[in-house]
Design a protein around this ligand. Structure first.
Ligand code: ASP
Length: 302
């Protein structure tokens, strides 16, 4: 069974942005699906689907990400292979266009898992990942948004996920023809975050998890709350003990997020049969999925 699910963030996506979100997740799904259909690996499907979303300025990942409180972009990402348990992640990188590919390099070519800041950028430079200028990641929409809240004290990150402040983290989970399950997540983090703030997305077990005996998960939402409930691994554990029901585990995970951490967000899950689970407690979440059973892409926002 081949299976792929991608997401492009959970928040109150306004009507005028529905088309761009649908297009983005739909194209990312197509890229990953072509890889899987042609016998490619789950890790390649995840990396390439996420690369597409990082390059699409609709989303809060790679170019077009939110600015932090000092007007800079700091990117977080992670990737995990559920067969080998190898993983790679980066936090607060400023000079890398495609942080998920840097995560992949760390996973493949380092004894470490998590590199941050200038050390992560040094690793990128040493391992053939092109660095960019921080300005290459900036787009006018985000600069204007950041300028519009300067001098205001009432901005709440929690509210960002309920109301019209974009929070378009991206992620993907895939299963290939060898039954290998991989997951990845990439983000610019929350709008106006403190410099150096790292959210759930690069934390293995919070933003991303894959275990070939159970499934894979990628999350999006208010990172501080997601970290408190170790969201991705919690959903994996729920699936491990509910006979592998990904939808039930996803819903229970979001219920735990809301009840224990007063959190908002969403997640995608995949089990070892290539079945999907999707849950969110924000008004909308961009997601797309396909497996070789249905062979038909599903693109959903609401
Ligand atoms: N989870 C991300 C973070 O807190 C943001 C998001 O998913 O939109 O950094």
């Amino acid at each position: 069974m081949l299976s792929l699910i991608v997401h492009g963030g959970a928040w109150d996506i306004p009507n005028e942005l529905i088309e761009s979100h649908k297009n983005g997740v739909s194209k990312a799904l197509q890229i990953g699906w072509d890889i899987l259909r042609n016998g490619g690996s789950a890790i390649d499907a995840v990396e390439n689907a996420v690369n597409y979303l990082e390059n699409d300025t609709t989303f809060d990942a790679g170019r077009g990400s939110h600015l932090n409180a000092e007007g800079e972009i700091e990117l977080d990402a992670s990737i995990m292979n559920g067969k080998t348990f190898r993983c790679g992640s980066v936090g607060a990188v400023k000079n890398v266009r495609n942080p998920i590919s840097l995560c992949r390099k760390i996973m493949d070519e380092s004894e470490h898992i998590f590199l941050v800041g200038t050390g992560a950028e040094k690793f990128a430079n040493e391992h053939g990942i092109a660095l960019c200028s921080p300005d290459d990641l900036l787009i006018e929409r985000e600069v204007l948004k950041w300028k519009s809240i300067q001098g205001k004290k009432d901005f709440s990150t929690k509210d960002a996920f309920k109301f019209h402040t974009a929070s378009d983290t991206v992620g993907a989970v895939a299963m290939d023809s060898e039954g290998i399950i991989c997951a990845g997540t990439s983000t610019g983090g929350t709008f106006n975050k403190h410099p150096g703030r790292v959210g759930d997305s690069p934390l293995i077990g919070c933003g991303t998890y894959a275990d070939n005996s159970v499934g894979g998960v990628s999350t999006t939402g208010w990172g501080e709350a997601m970290i408190k409930v170790v969201m991705a691994k919690t959903v994996i554990d729920l699936m491990e003990f509910n006979e592998g029901n990904p939808q039930e585990a996803a819903e229970k995970g979001i219920e735990i997020l809301a009840r224990k951490a007063d959190g908002y967000g969403g997640l995608i899950a995949l089990n070892i049969k290539g079945e999907f689970g999707i849950a969110f407690n924000t008004p909308r979440m961009a997601r797309a999925f396909i497996n070789s059973h249905t062979n038909t892409p599903q693109i959903l926002i609401i």
